[in-house]
Ligand binder design. Structure first.
Ligand code: AMP
Ligand code: ZN
Length: 108
C-alpha cells in the first residue's frame, strides 16, 4: 500500500470505483477515460510500481492478471480484445501501480 497511489486508494476504498471483478489478489475497474467501447483495468491489490519492479515472486500474480483478461472479456461478449501494460514514463505509464488494460468492442 502506498498512501499517495490512486490505485491503492481505490483498492482500499478510499476513492470509490465500481469493481467489475474482485478476488483476494486483484480488482478490475472500468477506465475513467475509456479509449474503446470496453476498456477495463486489471489491478493487483499489491502495490508494485511497474513491470520492471516484478521478479519471480510476482509470477503467479502476473499470470493471474493475464488469465483474467479472456475470462472478463468473454463476460462482456468480446470475441477478441487488446491487452496493454505500459511500463515507465517512456512507456506511457501514468499511474505507477502496475495494471493491465483490456480494450475491446471498437473505438468509443
Ligand atoms: P497508464 O498510462 O497505463 O498508467 O494508465 C492509467 C489509466 O488509469 C489511464 O487510462 C487512466 O484513464 C486510468 N485512471 C486514472 N484514474 C482512474 C480512476 N480513478 N478510475 C479508473 N481509471 C483511472
Ligand atoms: Zn498502489
Amino acid at each position: 500500500m502506498s498512501t499517495d497511489c490512486i490505485f491503492c486508494k481505490i483498492v482500499n476504498g478510499v476513492i470509490p470505483a465500481k469493481r467489475i471483478y474482485e478476488d483476494d489478489d486483484v480488482i478490475v475497474i472500468n477506465d475513467i477515460k475509456p479509449m474503446a467501447k470496453v476498456h477495463f483495468l486489471i489491478v493487483p491489490k499489491l502495490h508494485v510500481e511497474t513491470l520492471k519492479d516484478c521478479d519471480v515472486t510476482h509470477q503467479t500474480l502476473l499470470g493471474k492478471v493475464l488469465l483474467l483478461a479472456p475470462k472478463l472479456a468473454a463476460e462482456q461478449s468480446l470475441s477478441g480484445f487488446k491487452t496493454l501494460i505500459n511500463t515507465g514514463r517512456e512507456g506511457g505509464q501514468e499511474v505507477f501501480h502496475i495494471h493491465a488494460h483490456v480494450f475491446g468492442g471498437g473505438k468509443v
